[in-house]
Each structure stands twice: as structure tokens, then as C-alpha cells.
Design a protein. Structure first.
Length: 229
């Protein structure tokens, strides 16, 4: 049994990659909220479409299954790298290759005590005071994550640029950017639930676009603005 983002779940057929990466999330003596189950047929389909080996395909599919369960419960995952500093989570999202991990890596160099909460798919859940970000076993190529949950301070979408600048987005602009960085192949019912969560997210969490170079000045600019919003 495992626990992530405030939920306890069983895992069946999720493969050795999952078992290795999820070890820090293992718990005992708890009643599961749901089961993440990957069938042989689902693993085979994932292998066919991605070219991954069995264990890697099961790991990928298990993340999708967890995500669907999260959506049912008012949460979501955001394709992003989440840096933690001073007890708050700062999420940096954007298209693949935009420089998310590069940017959060700069936070580790610039700010004492900064660390990576999750480097690919942090889980977002609602609380009475806003949204929380949690580490999960699904954390990208380098498996950078912690089994922790922190309040979300802000989200920024990274765009490469010759100069460093940061601009706050309207709720509508933020939603348009968030949707492509979350799950895409989804049922109508799950999409309705997801859109409700996105609406709550952009109404309560400040969202920015960070146009930047891959340098420490960009990290310091982002932090100086995002920490005070």
C-alpha cells in the first residue's frame, strides 16, 4: 500500500519501475481509498504506442491511473517542476524543452534550503486555504521527488527569451495554458471534473508567464515576484 497527495492506494500490476520509485511512499495498516491497477492488456497497448519496455510502460500507465483517481477527488497533476522554498511550493510549467528543470535547478543554486518537490508531475489538491502540491512517484527521468505536501505559492509558465521578465496572467489566460499541461485523453465525466478543478485553481493561485534566459537572474526575478503575490 502507498500514500501520496493525501490518498492511500493499493497498486497491482504496476511493474518494477513503479515499485522502486514508490518505495518511499509505502505505508502499512491503512485502508486504501482506491487501487491503481494496470492490466496486461493496458501495458501492451502502452508499449505499442510508446515503444517502452514492459516495466516502463506499466509505470507510465500507473501514473495515468492515479491521475484519473485524483481527478475524481477534486485534484489534478500538472506537468511541471516544483521547487520548494520556505515551506511553499513554486511550480514551473511549459512545453517539453522549455527549461522547467533547468530553471528549478537554478533555484537550488541561488536559494539556501531550496529543493525539488517533484520534477515532472506534482499532484495538486484543494484545501481550505487554497491548493496543495505533493510529491508523487511519477517524477520524470531523474526521479526527483519528496514525499511531502506544501501549499502552492504560485505557478509560472516558462518561455525562453533573450531577456528576463515576468507577467501575471488573468484567470482565463492561465486556464488556457494549464489545460495542455495536464491529462488530454479523458472521458467527458472526468473532463468536467478536471475543468472544475482548473477553474478553482486559477481563481485562487497566482499564475505567471516567465520569459527568461537560463541564468540565476531569472530565478531571482521569479522568486522576488512570486513570493509576494
Amino acid at each position: 500500500m502507498y500514500s501520496a497527495a493525501g490518498f492511500v492506494f493499493d497498486a497491482e500490476g504496476c511493474g518494477d519501475v513503479f515499485l522502486d520509485r514508490a518505495e518511499k511512499y509505502r505505508v502499512t495498516g491503512r485502508i486504501p481509498d482506491f487501487t491503481v491497477r494496470v492490466t496486461d492488456e493496458e501495458a501492451a497497448e502502452c508499449m505499442l504506442h510508446t515503444g517502452l519496455k514492459d516495466a516502463e510502460a506499466r509505470y507510465l500507465a500507473s501514473g495515468t491511473k492515479f491521475y484519473f483517481e485524483l481527478i475524481k477527488r477534486g485534484g489534478m497533476m500538472l506537468h511541471s517542476s516544483a521547487a520548494a522554498l520556505d515551506g511553499r511550493a513554486y511550480l514551473f510549467s511549459g512545453d517539453s524543452g522549455a527549461g522547467k528543470s533547468t530553471h528549478t535547478g537554478l533555484w537550488l543554486k541561488c536559494f539556501e534550503g531550496a529543493y525539488i518537490l517533484n520534477d515532472d508531475k506534482p499532484a495538486l489538491t484543494r484545501s481550505e486555504n487554497g491548493f496543495l502540491a505533493s510529491g508523487t512517484p511519477w517524477s520524470g527521468k531523474y526521479d526527483l521527488n519528496r514525499d511531502e505536501t506544501l501549499p502552492v505559492q504560485a505557478i509560472a509558465f516558462i518561455e525562453q527569451a533573450g531577456d528576463n521578465s515576468i507577467e501575471r496572467l488573468s484567470a482565463k489566460e492561465a486556464a488556457v495554458r494549464i489545460i495542455p499541461q495536464t491529462v488530454r485523453r479523458i472521458s467527458r465525466e472526468r473532463m468536467t471534473e478536471l475543468l472544475e478543478t482548473v477553474d478553482r485553481l486559477v481563481s485562487t493561485v497566482p499564475v505567471f508567464v516567465l520569459r527568461c534566459r537560463p541564468d540565476e537572474e531569472a530565478a531571482r526575478l521569479a522568486y522576488s515576484v512570486m513570493k509576494t503575490c
